[in-house]
Design a protein around this ligand. Structure first.
Ligand code: B16
Ligand code: MG
Length: 211
């Protein structure tokens, strides 16, 4: 019943969330703001400047727009250092098999990541060619949970949102899929991803015929 599957990248296909965490932690410490793994959960699927505002919280008003851009740039340079050694070994279990299963079923495949580093990560993982369309995050105005990124992917793939299955690990990402009018497959825990239509622990449990 689906004509396309649209995947999130970070946390679904590979675990870059940890690299984002390390890079944000160093930035937060440099400005004396507390930051831990639990807070990092709230940043999943949130774009770079949005993440910085969440981390700074009340302290945000102490910085000019220019200073905040410099902080985001510093975080991004550190993040790019961390991902520079990524390889096919960083693919999460079941990711390639899931992509192959969707392809074998004759469905279109999209990628909806708000990360401006998504193309780089796909190249390192060696899976760029497996996607029919990869949304360029630089063209997206609204971060998840806004539906824009998933609606853009469906439009470019030439399918109706109602014919799409979206795959996400983040609360904001599942909300984005639902607001786009798609079926949401959550990757993670059902207690966290309460809005998802179905939740699996990882792509190694992906069974297209079950949804
Ligand atoms: P960048 P996704 C998101 O990617 C991450 O989950 C989020 O933590 C990050 O801040 C965001 O990308 C922006 O990344 O700084 O590389 O542009 O989950 O939508 O694949
Ligand atoms: Mg994600």
């Amino acid at each position: 019943r689906f004509k396309a599957v649209i995947f999130d990248l970070d946390g679904v296909i590979t675990d870059t969330a940890h690299y984002h965490y390390l890079a944000w932690k160093r930035l937060a410490e440099s400005v004396g703001v507390h930051f831990d793994e639990a807070f990092n959960e709230h940043l999943k699927g949130v774009d770079r400047m949005g993440s910085l505002d969440l981390i700074l919280g009340e302290a945000a008003r102490n910085y000019s727009a220019q200073q905040k851009l410099e902080m985001a740039d510093a975080k991004n340079r550190h993040y790019q250092d961390l991902i520079s050694t990524m390889s096919e070994a960083d693919l999460l279990p079941g990711a390639v098999d899931a992509l192959a299963a969707v392809r074998a079923a004759g469905l279109r495949i999209g990628l909806a990541s708000v990360s401006k580093n998504a193309f780089t990560v796909l190249e390192h993982l060696g899976i760029r060619g497996r996607f029919d369309y990869v949304v360029d995050a630089a063209t997206i105005t609204h971060s998840k949970p806004h539906p824009e990124i998933f609606l853009t992917a469906a439009d470019k793939l030439g399918v109706d949102p109602g014919e799409c299955l979206g795959v996400e690990d983040a609360v904001a990402g599942v909300a984005s899929i639902k607001r786009a009018g798609m079926y949401a497959l959550g990757v993670g825990s059902p207690e966290v991803l309460t809005q998802a239509d179905r939740v699996i622990p990882g792509l190694d449990q992906f069974r297209l015929e079950d949804y």
